[in-house]
Design a protein around this ligand. Structure first.
Ligand SMILES: Cc1cc2nc3c(=O)[nH]c(=O)nc-3n(C[C@H](O)[C@H](O)[C@H](O)COP(=O)(O)OP(=O)(O)OC[C@H]3O[C@@H](n4cnc5c(N)ncnc54)[C@H](O)[C@@H]3O)c2cc1C
Length: 307
């Protein structure tokens, strides 16, 4: 599929962003690599568009998406094409009695985006069960082991190697009871749908949670002990202290119940999102002496780290 002047608001969960000069979808890896090779610079590769803030001016170049979505398994190994919805992968694993992905139920987006950002929730992250990833490195197709992907909290080597394209992922899971796994996944689905209604236009958490050990001592002293889990402090804590909840810029709002969640209540713009992000980041820096790090990726901006 090729689309000229494709409005990226239709391809992102935030529902924001101007047009890309050209959008190209390809469902076979061979076709995708051909498209990538012939794409004029600049170009970017996107997945489900759930972790993005796209500029109101859009993107001057080509946006490519690999949409292959086949899922299969042999024994405890699942192989999935990276254009599959993460939720389809989770449901596939659960229904086949394979454990290790069920807590990631309802994290939106595709397997590609989840591998790129080492997505996770409720104590599970992609890297824990991912055995290897097939990539196109600009020259050849090859497999990277889990260690070669360099996973850390919500990050991987893909962030420093933007030309590496994720094509296939292979997971090694544990045998589990399908009914118990389905019950756990359903419990998480219900909790998440309350927090993030499926129709909500947003990008999930705007800022990454903070590693306690990396905070300035003065900030560490102000964090209630019970908030530190697995060495991390929710960014929402700091944002709440600086009055983020309920802040509004035009059509963009900070949720009243979650200080790290910005959403498009209708008619919002990307400019309003970045204005609010910068305002909140500034307030936390002034009050606590450190910089929150965005979890979302920016596309098409000239004045910030962006594609
Ligand atoms: C309501 C909501 C709740 C969320 N909750 C969570 C959560 O609990 N935990 C969590 O971790 N995240 C969460 N997120 C964020 C988001 O869902 C994840 O980051 C998701 O994994 C992004 O996947 P995507 O396919 O949408 O990626 P995109 O947003 O399309 O892209 C993200 C990055 O991946 C890169 N990329 C995409 N495809 C490829 C490819 N084939 N090869 C190389 N690079 C590629 C892109 O270039 C981009 O840099 C949430 C988002 C929303 C909207």
């Amino acid at each position: 599929m090729r689309r000229l002047h494709a409005p990226l608001s239709e391809y992102t969960r935030f529902g924001l962003g101007g047009p890309a000069d050209l959008l190209v979808d390809a469902a076979s890896a061979v076709e995708f690599i051909d498209e990538l090779r012939s794409a004029a610079a600049p170009h970017i590769v996107l997945g489900g568009g759930t972790n993005l803030v796209v500029s109101d001016d859009g993107y001057r170049g080509t946006v490519l998406r690999y949409t292959g979505r086949a899922i299969e398994h042999v024994g405890q190994t699942i192989r999935v094409e990276s254009g599959a919805d993460l939720e389809d992968l989770v449901r596939y694993a659960v229904s086949n009695g394979l454990a290790g992905l069920e807590s990631m139920m309802r994290i939106p987006g595709w397997v590609s985006g989840a591998v790129y950002g080492n997505a996770g929730a409720y104590g599970q992250s992609i890297h824990e069960t991912l055995a290897r990833v097939e990539i196109w490195d600009g020259t050849e197709r090859r497999w990277l082991s889990n260690a070669e992907c360099g996973f850390t909290y919500r990050a991987s080597r893909f962030k420093q190697n933007k030309h590496w394209i994720i094509l296939t992922a292979e997971f090694t899971l544990r045998p589990g009871d399908a009914a118990a796994l389905a019950a756990r996944a359903e419990e998480i689905r219900a909790t998440r749908d309350e927090k993030f209604p499926p129709s909500m236009k947003c990008a999930g958490s705007i800022f990454k949670n903070c590693l306690f050990d990396h905070l300035p001592e003065a900030a560490q002293r102000r964090v209630p002990e019970k908030l530190v889990r697995d060495g991390k402090v929710p960014s929402a804590y700091f944002l709440e202290q600086v009055g983020a909840k309920g802040e509004v810029r035009g059509g963009i709002q900070v949720a009243e119940y979650h200080a790290n969640l910005l959403y498009n209540a209708g008619g919002g713009t990307a400019a309003q999102v970045v204005e609010l992000i910068d305002e909140l980041k500034g307030r936390v820096a002034r009050e606590f002496g450190f910089a929150l790090e965005p979890e979302v990726q920016f596309v098409g901006f000239v004045d910030r780290v962006s594609y």
